[in-house]
Design a protein around this ligand. Structure first.
Ligand SMILES: Nc1ncnc2c1ncn2[C@@H]1O[C@H](COP(=O)(O)OP(=O)(O)OP(=O)(O)O)[C@@H](O)[C@H]1O
Ligand SMILES: [Mg+2]
Length: 452
C-alpha cells in the first residue's frame, strides 16, 4: 500500500517543510507548523463558463443590483450593498460580535424579503435562538438555520433552498471528510472556501463567511483565503469598550477606505451615525498633550483626539510608542521638532495615541500630532475648541490636504471655534461662518498660534 505523504505546513503563510520547524523561514512566525497529509488529487470543481473562450461582447451581464441590508453603516462600508454572487470574509477577535452582526444582517435582509440560510457550525439552534431573542429578531423572520459542519450537506442544502444570502459561521469548523486534515487546518479551510466561492458564482448567491483571527491578527488559515474571496472585512474594537469598527481590507466591488462604526448594546450592534461625537472625549479643557483633528475616513470626515505624553528618559535610549498613527511619520515629526525647533525630544520618551482605537492613515494628522507632542513637552494645554489639520514636511513646512472645506464644516458642526489649516489650501477655502480659520505655512507658526 502506498504510504501517505506528510508535510508540515505553516498555518500562517502556507510554507511547506519536510520536517517540523519551530520558526517559519518565510513569515518568521513561531510554532505555526502542523502536520498535514498531502492530497495528491484535487477535487474536481465544475467550470463556471466552460472551456470555450467567449467574446467579451457576448458575456451577458447578470442582474448586478446590490442587495441593501438596511443597516446603513454596513451598506456604506461594503460599497453600497451586497453584490449577488460575491463572497465576503468577515474576520474578528473571539467574542467581538461577528455572529451578532451577521444575525442582524440576516434579520434585516429577511425583513426586505430575501431568503437567508444561516449555517451555524459553532452554536446549536437553541443558542442561536437565545441570541436572536436578545437581538429582538422576530419569530416570523424567514431565516433558515442549519447546524452543520460537513461541507457536502451544506452545499446540497444551499442547492435545495436557493437562498439569496448564505452565512457561514464559521469557516474554521466546516470540513470535507475526504480531506485528511482536521477542520480549521489550512488545507480544509482553503478547499471548503474554494467550493463555496464556486457555488456563489454559479448560483449567484452571496456568501458571508466568518473567519477567526490568529494570535498574529490575521484571519486563520489565510492569506490564500483573502485572495479567493471578493471582499475581506475585519470587525475590530476593544473588548472592554462598547464600540466596534468594521473595516475593509479588500473589496472588489467598493472602496476599502470606508469604515462602519457600531456600538455593542444589550440589543446587539447599533449604528453610530455620528462617530466623531463618540471619539471626542469630554472635558478636554486644560489637558496637556491633547489636540483634535479632522481626518478623512472614506467619504466622511471623522473628528478624533490625538494625545501625546513626553517624559524624561533615563536609559539613554528614548522610547517612542505610537498607537493609531504611522510610526515612521511620528519619528519624522520628532526629528523636525528636535533638530529644527530645538524641542529636546532626544532626551524624552514620547507616547502618541489616537483616542478610541481609531487609526488615521492620512498625513493630515501630522500637524495635530506635532502640536500634541509640543504641548506635552511644554506642559501647556491647547485650547479645547481648536482643531488642526495639515501634513508636515521635513523642513517643518505645512503642506495642503484635500477636502479642506468638508473638514472645516464638520469641525464647525461639532462646535469648534478655531481651526488651523495649511496656507496651501487658502485658495479653496469657502466662506464658513462661526469658525475662525487660521492658515499657516510652518509648523512653528501653528505651535505659536496654540500659545505653546
Ligand atoms: N447579554 C448580553 N448583553 C450585552 N452584550 C452581550 C450579551 N451577550 C453577549 N454580548 C456581547 O456580544 C459579544 C459576543 O458576540 P458574538 O457571539 O456575536 O461574538 P463572535 O465574534 O461571534 O464570537 P465567537 O468568535 O466566539 O464566535 C460579547 O462579547 C458581548 O460583548
Ligand atoms: Mg460567533
Amino acid at each position: 500500500m502506498k504510504k501517505a505523504q506528510i508535510a508540515y505546513i505553516c498555518q500562517n503563510c502556507e510554507y511547506r517543510a519536510p520536517k517540523w520547524l519551530g520558526k517559519c523561514p518565510q513569515c518568521e512566525s513561531y510554532n505555526t507548523f502542523t502536520e498535514e497529509i498531502i492530497q495528491s488529487k484535487r477535487y474536481e470543481v465544475k467550470p463556471i463558463i466552460g472551456a470555450k473562450p467567449v467574446l467579451f461582447s457576448d458575456i451577458e451581464l447578470k442582474d448586478e443590483t446590490r442587495i441593501k441590508t438596511g443597516i446603513e453603516e454596513y451598506d456604506r462600508a461594503i460599497g453600497g450593498g451586497l453584490v449577488p454572487g460575491s463572497v465576503h470574509l468577515l474576520g474578528g477577535d473571539p467574542g467581538i460580535g461577528k455572529s451578532t452582526l451577521t444575525l442582524q444582517i440576516a434579520d434585516q435582509l429577511s425583513k426586505n424579503g430575501h431568503k437567508i440560510l444561516y449555517v451555524s457550525a459553532e452554536e446549536s439552534a437553541a443558542q442561536l435562538k437565545i441570541r436572536s431573542a436578545r437581538l429582538g429578531i422576530s419569530n416570523k423572520s424567514s431565516i433558515y438555520v442549519i447546524c452543520e459542519t460537513q461541507l457536502d450537506s451544506i452545499r446540497s442544502c444551499v442547492r435545495d433552498l436557493e437562498p439569496d444570502v448564505v452565512i457561514i459561521d464559521s469557516i474554521q469548523m466546516i470540513y470535507k471528510p475526504e480531506i485528511p486534515s482536521a477542520p480549521g487546518m489550512i488545507t480544509q479551510v482553503r478547499e471548503c472556501a474554494t467550493f463555496m466561492t464556486h457555488d456563489a458564482k454559479e448560483m449567484n448567491t452571496t456568501f458571508i463567511i466568518i473567519g477567526h483571527i490568529t494570535k498574529e491578527g490575521t484571519i486563520a488559515g489565510p492569506k490564500t483565503l483573502e485572495h479567493l474571496v471578493d471582499a475581506v472585512f475585519y470587525l475590530e474594537g476593544d473588548r472592554y469598550q462598547s464600540f466596534r469598527i468594521l473595516r475593509a481590507i479588500k473589496n472588489r466591488y467598493g472602496p476599502t477606505s470606508e469604515i462602519a462604526v457600531f456600538e455593542m448594546t444589550l440589543k446587539g450592534l447599533e449604528e453610530v451615525k455620528n462617530p466623531s461625537e463618540l471619539f471626542l472625549s469630554e472635558n478636554r479643557d486644560g489637558r496637556t498633550g491633547s489636540v483634535v483633528t479632522a481626518s478623512l475616513v472614506g467619504s466622511r470626515v471623522l473628528l478624533s483626539e490625538i494625545q501625546s505624553l513626553t517624559s524624561p528618559c533615563h536609559s539613554g535610549f528614548p522610547s517612542r510608542r505610537v498607537t493609531g498613527l504611522d510610526h515612521q511619520r511620528i519619528h519624522q515629526l520628532i526629528a523636525v521638532l528636535d533638530s529644527k525647533y530645538g524641542f529636546p525630544l532626544s532626551h524624552n520618551d514620547v507616547f502618541v495615541n489616537v483616542v478610541g482605537g481609531i487609526r488615521i492613515e492620512e498625513p493630515s494628522a501630522d500637524l495635530p500630532a506635532a502640536i500634541a507632542i509640543a504641548s506635552s513637552l511644554k506642559r501647556k494645554s491647547v485650547d479645547a475648541s481648536t482643531c488642526t489639520i495639515g501634513e508636515v514636511g521635513l523642513s517643518g513646512e505645512v503642506r495642503p490636504v484635500n477636502q479642506i472645506n468638508l473638514r472645516i464644516n464638520e469641525a464647525k458642526k461639532l462646535g469648534f471655534k478655531k481651526i488651523i489649516v495649511p496656507k496651501g489650501n487658502s485658495k479653496e477655502l469657502s466662506v464658513i461662518n462661526d469658525i475662525k480659520v487660521l492658515a499657516v505655512s510652518q509648523l512653528i507658526d501653528a505651535i505659536d498660534l496654540c500659545n505653546l
